[in-house]
Design a protein. Sequence first.
Length: 175
Amino acid sequence: MKSLFVEQLDPLWCSWLAGFLDGEGYFQSYIASNKSIQVQLNVTLRADDLPVLTKIQSVLACGNIYVFSRDHEREKYGRNANSQARWRVGKRKDIVGVIIPILDRYPLKSKKHSDYLIWREIVLGLYRGVQHTEQGYMHLLSLCDELVAGRKYREPEQMDERIIVLPSYADDSNR
């Protein structure tokens, strides 16, 4: 998938964004009350990191930012109940036209890449309208279940080979 918009973005910034999403992003799909399948990309940070989210929103010209207080949870969580900020992209045209082209060109490096591939298939299926047939809808539902199941912790021997291990630079003999 190619996007002219993505071609105009700074490649270094896009690489940073991919790494940031690898660590902080959350690919979500869920069934709404009307039985429609919804998809979102979310990033939730402490509210004092709001400038990071506003910069991403500004550069990509998509998504919404929500700031919410967790004061009501202060008794339960103590000092960790800080206010939070969330950047959410839920419009399919933004996901298909901006997010997917960036993450296809600048792939995630962690096991979250597997989540992305499943989420991407759900998004593109919805974009093509496959949910309008019973078979297509059932397939997308199974992918939604797979996305949730894929988030469970896996022992390192269960992971695929996509994880890159860099050589140690502590050994001075290679310099």
